[in-house]
Design a protein around this ligand. Structure first.
Ligand SMILES: [Zn+2]
Length: 287
């Protein structure tokens, strides 16, 4: 599910009822870490079987809109996180959540907690109330005030900065993938009789290349989804293949693409999988 396996471990811990009440997370990308934590909260709460694109359930929708009262995100007010921000949080979390399993607070740049705001938080950390889950995010855990650090479980969430790093490919390879993805998606949309063998497999016979290609296709659709739901997205991915489609179509394409990636991890004939992919993608438009 996550690019970072620590988060899968947290999901597992939740299922085993072993979540800590507060985590201090050192990360090189606060934005992505925030998104991943929200995804984690969705997985914990989703009323359907969670998919990254869940639009069906009320909770996922509220989280997407940053409108779920049981999630509070605190950012520094100027150069520090002020005591009154913490007091307000405590007030809000005085009662158990109504719709979700936890009251969740996320404190960004937790290194900016000053001694009085950190003290105001100690009640949460020293006598943990069941049903409250905290995340302290920081680029550097060593500058976090000790009263906080000593009461949290510490995790590191580092993210690769580029697609090349993430997939371990060169820029030339990336460009070749982009080109092929463009041809492939165009062929699905326009050509009734696509020959997968000549279109993809002649140039990229290796399974690893195919996997990379479909990971990028999934990212492409995911970034359309982010754009359509007014979240931060990566324009360079959208440029691979310009689309003007609604959320329902993008969701279906993401699901079909997720499925092919799962199938590829089994040792199934790659040509069969690819043919099935084309059929399913074309099928979206036929009803
Ligand atoms: Zn949901």
């Amino acid at each position: 599910m996550f690019t970072n396996t620590y988060l899968d471990e947290l999901v597992q811990k939740y299922r085993e009822n072993r979540l800590a009440h507060a985590y201090l997370i050192e990360t090189n990308n606060l934005e992505k870490a925030n998104q991943d934590i929200l995804t984690l909260i969705k997985i914990i709460n989703c009323e359907e079987e969670y998919q990254p694109t869940c639009q069906k359930c009320n909770l996922c929708n509220l989280i997407n809109l940053a409108n779920l009262p049981s999630i509070k995100v605190i950012n520094p007010d100027g150069i520090s996180i002020k005591k009154n921000q913490i007091e307000e949080l405590k007030q809000d979390f005085n009662t158990m959540p109504i719709y979700s399993k936890y009251n969740v607070y996320i404190i960004n740049n937790a290194e900016k907690l000053n001694p009085s705001s950190a003290n105001a938080l100690l009640k949460f950390l020293e006598e943990p109330t069941p049903g409250i889950l905290g995340f302290f995010l920081t680029p550097n855990k060593d500058i976090i005030i000790d009263t906080i650090k000593s009461r949290c479980q510490i995790l590191t969430l580092n993210y690769s900065t580029t697609l090349e790093e993430e997939l371990n490919i060169t820029t030339d390879q990336k460009e070749a993938y982009y080109q092929k993805i463009n041809e492939f998606l165009k062929a699905i949309a326009t050509n009734q009789n696509i020959n997968i063998k000549t279109l993809i497999l002649n140039d990229f016979p290796e399974r690893l290349d195919i996997l990379n290609i479909f990971q990028i296709i999934l990212k492409l659709y995911y970034n359309y989804y982010l754009k359509l739901t007014n979240q931060i997205y990566d324009e360079s991915l959208l440029n691979i293949y310009p689309l003007n489609e609604n959320l329902a179509l993008i969701n279906q394409k993401m699901q079909i693409t997720t499925k092919i990636l799962t199938n590829m991890s089994y040792n199934v004939n790659i040509e069969l999988i690819l043919d099935k992919y084309v059929l399913e993608m074309r099928g979206i438009y036929e009803h």
